[in-house]
Design a protein around this ligand. Structure first.
Ligand code: SF4
Length: 265
């Protein structure tokens, strides 16, 4: 059986997906359906088509998703070794949810590890921890780990899944000693609330998770939904989070981190 996942994007020289300069590999397929998803083309593991208006009544069609064999992927990542060496960078697997493809990650990850490449995985945290232990423990150097909504029911309504395994996996990863960078997308009306950020702060303090960042919301997903001929989730925020608003939430969150227990509803 060919279990090579489809890649839908490949970025060289990213500075936002882990330490140093990163090559980022975006894999298709995700078990979540976030109301604010900025990469809706990543949700399905199958090939899709972007359709945009062309001249006259024509449509311009663009295929989303291509097969990159393990050999080709490894070769492409190794091309950037000079950049990793000079910047302390490496490769980051993103998506979608790369942990849906653990046997593939194991194959390419082990080969990149042999070359001394630093390996990060950007995850929503919804995966089978036993499978991770069997396939990827010791291969992944860093998890960029999303925490979204701490309230269980709100999480389920906004993403389609429970947050219980996400929290349990994060705690187990922390106990395993792997490097973790928690990232909280600041989504207006969803995650960007005093209650939610207070609860995130309480969780990360309780579990001694020392690297935490807030990520500003970008509504680029709306345009992509339209190109997929899909309808954006009805409650998808249309505007990016303003710089002033982001600063206020960042200050609020820092305050929560300094005074755990005071702002926890
Ligand atoms: S986890 Fe990420 S890729 Fe998956 S649906 Fe949510 S925002 Fe989209």
């Amino acid at each position: 059986m060919n279990d090579t996942p489809l890649t839908f994007d490949f970025v060289h020289g990213s500075t936002e997906d882990g330490p140093g300069l990163r090559t980022v590999v975006f894999l298709k397929g995700c078990p979540l359906r976030c109301a604010w998803c900025h990469n809706p083309e990543s949700q399905s593991p199958a090939v899709q088509t972007f359709s945009t208006p062309g001249p006259g009544s024509m449509r311009i069609l663009e295929t989303v998703g291509f097969v990159l064999s393990p050999n080709d992927l490894v070769a492409e990542v190794l091309r950037d070794i000079p950049f990793y060496t000079s910047s302390g960078g490496g490769v980051t697997f993103s998506g979608g949810e790369p942990m849906m493809h653990m046997s593939f990650l194991k194959e390419v990850g082990a080969r990149l590890k042999d070359e001394g490449i630093h390996i990060a995985v950007d995850t929503c945290g919804y995966f089978d921890y036993g499978e991770y232990n069997r396939h990827l423990r010791g291969i992944v150097d860093l998890f960029l780990y999303d925490l979204k909504l701490m309230d269980g029911e709100r999480h389920r309504l906004a993403t389609g899944v429970s947050n219980v395994p996400i929290h349990e996996n994060l705690i187990q990863l922390k106990d395993s000693g792997v490097d973790i960078h928690v990232r909280v997308p600041l989504i207006p009306g969803y995650t960007a609330t005093e209650q939610n950020l207070s609860q995130v702060a309480a969780f990360v303090i309780k579990h001694d998770l020392t690297k935490v960042s807030l990520l500003p919301y970008n509504p680029s997903g709306i345009d992509k939904w339209q190109k997929l001929d899909g309808v954006p989730p009805i409650r998808m925020p249309a505007e990016p989070i303003a710089i002033d608003e982001y600063s206020l939430w960042a200050a609020f969150f820092e305050d929560c981190m300094r005074k755990p227990g005071i702002r926890i509803p």
